[in-house]
Design a protein around this ligand. Sequence first.
Ligand code: CMX
Length: 133
Amino acid sequence: KISHIEHLGIAVQSIEEALPYFTDVLGLECYATEVVEDQKVKTAFLRCGEVKLELLEPTSPESTIQKWLDKGNKGVHHVAFCVEDGVADALAECDGKEIRLIDKAPRKGAENLNIAFLHPKSTCGILTELCEH
Ligand code: CMX
């Protein structure tokens, strides 16, 4: 069961260049930055009420974010939902409903959360992240 949207992942080529829009124009607070080595991204987190925005900057040409940007995309890259009963159970449920899993088991993501991704081809075109606190 989904409790709320945990964060929106927003792909940017440069956090340094993008950040003033979010902080100075939208007035959001950037409270943390973190490099997630295995995803080849640098992240910056902003608080927006209960929801966070996660800016994602590629740290390598091989980064999935860099490849996405290179295809002419930018902006909202994924939606992360918080699940109440844990990511492992949610994955099993999705699998049973023939949703394509990118991660077959939970793994550690930014902020040390347990996370897993669902493939956008089976989630109405929205790259979907499940996470638990
Ligand atoms: N949103 C919606 N659709 C997307 C997408 C996205 N973010 N990324 C790719 N797609 C679509 C593509 O448009 C493509 O559709 P078509 O076949 O119709 O053209 C299809 O998915 C396959 O895409 P692709 O370009 O061939 O890309 P890949 O298969 O190499 O990778 C994906 C796609 C989703 C499997 C990969 O990006 C992935 O594994 N993502 C999960 C991990 C991730 O996103 N990490 C970065 C964030 C890390 C963090 O938050 O810490």
